[in-house]
Design a binder for this molecule. Structure first.
Ligand code: SF4
Ligand code: SF4
Length: 176
């Protein structure tokens, strides 16, 4: 596997990394099979929590004076790309003409145009204080269920990334 070029920029277009990873996945589809199962579970859990999140963003975010969806947040991190490849999904095409500080290129009149399970992970985990407080105003049972699902989702994603890390190490040792 080609090395992914290190960069200090946290938020940036990683399309080149995606192409390297996509090729790695397509060559090792069978060995990386368990990742597809985990990725599908993560996607399912993400879509399950989507309704609860949406219910609250629909009230809080529509009245927000300083929307957090700026373009620099639109870029998927390497871990997000590993998950997308495991899921058999593609990285969105980024419009490089949009500046980092402009509204996110995927933000439309009806919110984010990317399905929740395919968004950068940070987008699904960011809850500002007013949004979090609004969520906590739900019944204790509902909120506990939501947090439980988010925790499970996070654990499965970690497991997916660990298995990927092992596969990458194995591949590197074969190339030595
Ligand atoms: S999450 Fe918070 S900061 Fe972001 S748009 Fe909603 S209310 Fe505004
Ligand atoms: S949630 Fe969607 S619109 Fe908002 S920053 Fe993330 S990708 Fe952009």
């Amino acid at each position: 596997m080609d090395a992914i070029a290190p960069s200090t920029a946290e938020y940036r277009d990683r399309t080149e990394d995606y192409l390297v990873l996509e090729s790695f996945f397509s060559r090792r589809r069978r060995a990386l099979g368990p990742l597809a199962t985990l990725a599908a579970e993560v996607a399912g859990l993400t879509e399950t929590v989507s309704g609860f999140i949406q219910e609250h963003t629909a009230t809080v975010c529509t009245a927000c004076a300083k929307v957090c969806c700026i373009n620099r947040h639109s870029y998927h991190e390497t871990a997000d790309i590993i998950y997308l490849c495991a899921l058999g999904e593609k990285l969105p095409a980024y419009d490089k003409a949009v500046a980092d500080t402009e509204p996110c290129q995927f933000l439309g009149e009806r919110g984010c145009a990317i399905r929740r399970s395919l968004r950068p992970y940070r987008c699904n985990w960011y809850f500002c204080t007013p949004l979090l407080e609004h969520m906590q105003s739900a019944s204790a049972r509902e909120y506990r269920r939501f947090m439980g699902l988010m925790t499970e989702l996070g654990r499965k994603r970690e497991a997916l990334l660990d298995i990927y890390g092992e596969a990458e190490k194995e591949q590197s040792s074969l190339l030595l």
